[in-house]
Design a protein. Sequence first.
Lengths: 353, 293
Amino acid sequence: MAEVTVRKVEKRYGNVPVIHGVDVDIADGEFVVLVGPSGCGKSTLLRMIAGLEAISGGTVSIGGRVVNEIPPKDRDIAMVFQSYALYPHKTVAENMGFSLKIKGRPKAEIEAKVKRAADILDLGKLLGRYPRQLSGGQRQRVAMGRAIVRDPQVFLFDEPLSNLDAKLRVAMRVEIKELHQRLGTTIVYVTHDQIEAMTMADKIVVMKDGRVEQVGKPLDLYDNPGNVFVAGFIGSPAMNFIKGKIDTRDGQQIFVSNSGSVLPLAGARAQPGQPVIYGIRPEHIDIGPGGLPARVSVLEPTGSETQVFAKLGEDSIDAIVKDRLTVRPGEDLMLRIDPRHAHIFDAKTSARV
Amino acid sequence: MRSNAVGWLLLAPTIVILAIFGIMPFVYVLYVAFHQWNPFGANPLMIYNNGDNFRRLVFDQEFLTSIAFTLKFAFFAVASEIVLGYLLAQLFMKEFPGKGFFRTIHTLPLIVAPIVVGSVWRLMTTPSIGIIPYLLKSWFGIDMNIGRDANVAFALTVIMDIWHWTPLVTLTLLAALVSLPKEPFEQAQIDGANRWQIFWHITLPMIRPAILATVFIRLMDALRTVDEVWMLTGGGPGAATRYVGLHIWKLVFPKTDYGYGSAVSVIVLYLTLVMCWLLYVGLVARRDQKRTA
């Protein structure tokens, strides 16, 4: 086990910079998720930690040792790829034991370690099979088993669940989390799925366009997003954003949208007249008397809850409510916004106010 | 049923062509092989001789020697082509200036007819007029005479075959390499494999089907080489490069011993099949058996 330190790391392809001086600290035994939209540089960063991409600037250290010039095979890491990257011509057992075999370890030791990993992942019955005889979920488990056999200092996961169907993804999520709790090894995990990030991580690193937007615990990011991007990326369905400015009415600050809707604020947050973006999560809106009238455009009932897409004047807003609604599209609903959960962002810098 | 009839109708031209140019000649050769037939010999009639031709070839020293030379030729040529072809394919996997040009140039031998290849090589190697003996003589003081030295003649036929057919191997192996996924190779790096281990444990097994197919094609071709070698050495000096295809040609045409020539052809076909079958069983089938077990 080891900590991983990323200091001012840059990546350029020719003259095109794709990662602009990223700093990330990963503590020993921590489960860190790098999350962001496609092309944000999260996979590139992971591949630089793995040694599969050259580092153009800055340093990456594993266990206190700078590894910039150290080839992947000497970094003492294990990686699980999105495509699983199993060796198609080797059995499950051979796949899992390969790293030990090429180190010239005795057969008995390889067998014992493979068996131990297979027991952890419930792969015992599949050891003699070839990858093409396995289902997606089983392949995924073999790829993880191969990593466990290595007993590395750091596990690297590159979107490992993206090729699985929704149900299996949830199951594997739990399995990976259990694995981490059991082994306690440092994990760096890349995903574009913020739900995976929220549910699995000790710490989330949100990335965009080759920069770190915010680092924090999952619920901290949810409760106190540092800017509009993080606020919109974390949480599902995404936060509502309404443009407007701050005003004062009866000695209290309020928010007035560009289309004239008035939304409540709790306490003084910004200078009156300042152009801002008002953010409110759909789950912090409910329906009841005393709310703001909004015209329903679409309803999406899922059984346990109902998502309401509505228009507040000119502004789109959606809400998630536990009730089953009888309202029809085109009719009005009263939306009650909990002002304690409202987020205010500067319209220019998009930073939290 | 109607669709079946249409299917046969569509297949008919192929079947007819195959029958006329493939199956019928083969059956005819088989038929001739069991006869003594030399239309310009003492008895020009076709006489059924009870498999005597086959009995004869078992003790025919000339035939056995030519088989041995052919196997030696095929082994050296195909093995070198596979190794060289693989190295070139790996080279073409990398980026370097002029790559497209070099790749095009390097496939040119493939479009040259074997008979032309043979004559060009003959021109280049003929003592006193060829450029190769000239340069060897003036640079290294080596006397190379393809007409006298059996080893030189043998080596030249192998080198000519390598020159002619390595591009084919390069292209098939390049196609195989290009189609490989890159993740297992990255995984192998992380697993701690060095370059040789990656080649041995990952690359080689993954392109194995392509290598085997190429070996089969090249082996069958090499075993029936006639025209190139005929042009270059005429089978000489002595019988040093009289490979079996050439041997058959000499039996059938200058000697007009059709019956015996046919018998040799049939046996060579049989030997080729057996060799490929042995290779297949040894390298492919046994593995599959292990897999399904």
